[in-house]
Design a protein around this ligand. Structure first.
Ligand code: ZN
Length: 134
């Protein structure tokens, strides 16, 4: 198995909703979620916060040699996305096979199947992003 089930369930809130954290002391957003604000440390007051589902592509790469379990997806794009609140996350891009991915391009979150474990019947879901045509 690629991922233990308990790990999947623990991360499900974050995977499904882009749930991150917000520090009420310094007003910064964090994703993935944090239990302690890296800036304020013990003075920070951390609460859950839904991250925006839109952003722009900061940089990207086309993957030809994929890790085990993703071979059937090649070639595909991975990208660093800067969300509208400034938070950056690394993600796979969907529907980007036409080589029209550009830096600065708008991208939106899409919910997708990430992997299927045939032997155990486990299907992992999570976020990917789709680059939007201008
Ligand atoms: Zn803080």
């Amino acid at each position: 198995m690629r991922n233990a089930l308990p790990l999947i369930w623990r991360k499900i809130k974050s995977r499904y909703n882009l749930m991150g954290s917000h520090c009420q002391t310094c007003k910064k957003d964090y994703f993935p979620e944090k239990s302690i604000c890296p800036t304020c440390r013990r003075k920070g007051k951390i609460v859950d916060k839904q991250m925006p589902t839109e952003g722009k592509i900061v940089c990207f790469s086309k993957i030809h040699a994929a890790p085990k379990g993703f071979e059937h997806e090649t070639p595909y794009f991975v990208a660093l996305i800067e969300l509208t609140n400034g938070v950056r996350l690394f993600t796979m891009l969907v529907n980007a096979a036409n080589d029209e991915v550009k830096i600065g391009q708008k991208a939106v979150m899409r919910f997708r199947k990430i992997f299927e474990d045939g032997e155990h019947g486990v299907i992992g879901y999570g976020y990917k992003f789709q680059a939007l045509a201008k």
